[in-house]
Design a protein around this ligand. Structure first.
Ligand SMILES: Cc1ncc(COP(=O)(O)O)c(C=O)c1O
Length: 415
């Protein structure tokens, strides 16, 4: 089987079986959301939790909860996903981009202070790849300027946060359960209210949001079934003596054309607010993943340790974070390496090879001013992500290391 860093990196045989039973109507899912909610309240120590169809909808809800209005400025880091910027644009507010650190790909606190203006109302702090941002220092600065902090936890999910700084220094945290995230319901989002000041307003807001129809929600189970099929045949050639045209790739094209599967982020900016609560289908899928969350994180840690131990020193991730969703490597030839790894059936990724991924070229439509985040602009050209998928074997991780060590040209920012 190939390793696909995106699409369905956490889906295993039991998830596929569950998806099939849901599609056939053989699974009783009627209480899934209530059960999921209870489990999450346990994990987040009785803080209020709200579940959504997608992470970007959760962020929109978080911004609404904090009272962000049109013309307010909301700070985000450069080297992010368009899904982070879209909810700000839905509110007609202005995204302001801050540069990043080379060591963890998170917001640069020095540039952050420079970008704060009297119009700044909130900062979205991203834990990129699962590298934990310095929440304490960021929140101290936010407090000094009277700004709210939203924590973007899309790249991590744990069942125990007690030994971390996550959810401790922000007003609101949000999570994503999209197809390529830590645990996944194909689509899904969560808001956790950390600041009790907002507990009252938030309930009314949530009451007005509808759950999507069961028919629409079944998309999530169907996606698992279709991608499991694609994965199986991803490298099966359909013509003799060539390897480029494969059954899996043709299936991707057909399923996308039929709109049976969609890309999670596209370069077009979604201008129409589309917001739903999570469905019972998604909750059922997520409950199954939640049970395996510790095992998935443990495996990520083991693979991260292999990369941390065996990659050439200058290529290693520079933080102590171990539950990495993707393992970042900076190279001056990332595209070449990606192709070489693909030949060995490892489909790696390039989050984020643009300042607002996956938009390339003119970033006016997302309010990015060219040259305003020079470090991020350089780093996005050099980034490659290695997989930390649950089904990656130790020997495969070691093979990936060998290929990267032998062929990768380390990249360093010139100061
Ligand atoms: C850092 C980050 N935040 C938020 C999101 C939004 O998640 P979703 O796709 O569930 O809307 C993404 C999506 O990839 C992301 O990468």
């Amino acid at each position: 089987m190939p390793t696909l860093i995106g699409s369905i990196p956490t889906v295993q045989a039991d998830d596929l079986e569950l998806a099939k039973r849901i599609l056939k109507g053989q699974e009783n899912i009627s209480n899934s959301t209530a059960t999921l909610q209870k489990s999450l309240e346990g994990i987040f120590k009785s803080k209020e939790v709200y579940l959504f169809n997608r992470g970007r909808e959760a962020l929109y809800f978080a911004l609404k909860t904090l009272g962000i209005n049109s013309n307010d400025e909301v700070i985000v880091q450069a080297m992010t996903c368009v899904a982070v910027v879209t909810p700000i644009l839905w509110l007609d507010a202005k995204p302001v981009y801050v540069d990043i650190n080379q060591n963890d790909f998170n917001i640069d606190i020095v540039d952050l202070e420079k970008k704060i203006t009297p119009k700044t109302k909130a900062i979205v702090v991203q834990h990129t790849f699962g590298n934990i941002a310095d929440m304490k220092r960021i929140s101290e600065m936010a407090m000094k300027h009277n700004i709210y902090v939203i924590e973007d936890c899309a790249h991590l999910f744990y069942t125990d946060y007690s030994k971390t700084e996550i959810n401790r220094y922000s007003d609101v945290s949000f999570f994503s359960f999209a197809q390529d995230k830590g645990i996944s319901a194909v689509q899904g989002g969560l808001v956790v209210i950390n600041n009790p000041q907002f507990e009252k307003t938030v309930m009314d807001l949530y009451l007005n949001i509808e759950t999507q129809s069961k028919k629409q929600a079944l998309y999530n189970a169907k996606y698992i079934q279709l991608w499991s099929l694609i994965k199986k045949y991803y490298f099966t050639p359909i013509l003799p003596f060539q390897s480029r045209v494969t059954l899996g790739k043709i299936l991707v094209m057909i399923f996308r054309w039929l709109r049976l599967i969609k890309q999670q982020a596209t370069s077009s900016v979604d201008t129409i607010l589309n917001m739903n609560r999570i469905s019972e289908v998604q909750s059922a899928l997520l409950l199954n993943q939640l049970e395996k969350c510790d095992a998935i994180n443990k495996r990520r840690e083991e693979i991260t340790n292999i990369y941390d131990d065996k990659l050439n020193l200058e290529l290693r991730n520079k933080t102590a974070s171990k539950y990495l969703l993707r393992y970042p490597v900076l190279l001056s030839n990332p595209g070449v390496l990606m192709q070489q790894l693909k030949v060995h059936k490892y489909i790696c990724g390039r989050w984020y090879n643009s300042v607002v991924f996956p938009i390339h070229g003119n970033l006016d439509k997302v309010g990015y001013v060219s040259g305003s985040c020079p470090k991020a602009e350089a780093l996005v050209k050099s980034i490659l992500n290695l997989p930390t998928n649950i089904d990656l074997e130790d020997e495969e991780a070691v093979e990936i290391v060998r290929i990267v060590n032998e062929n990768g040209k380390p990249f360093k920012l010139s100061n």
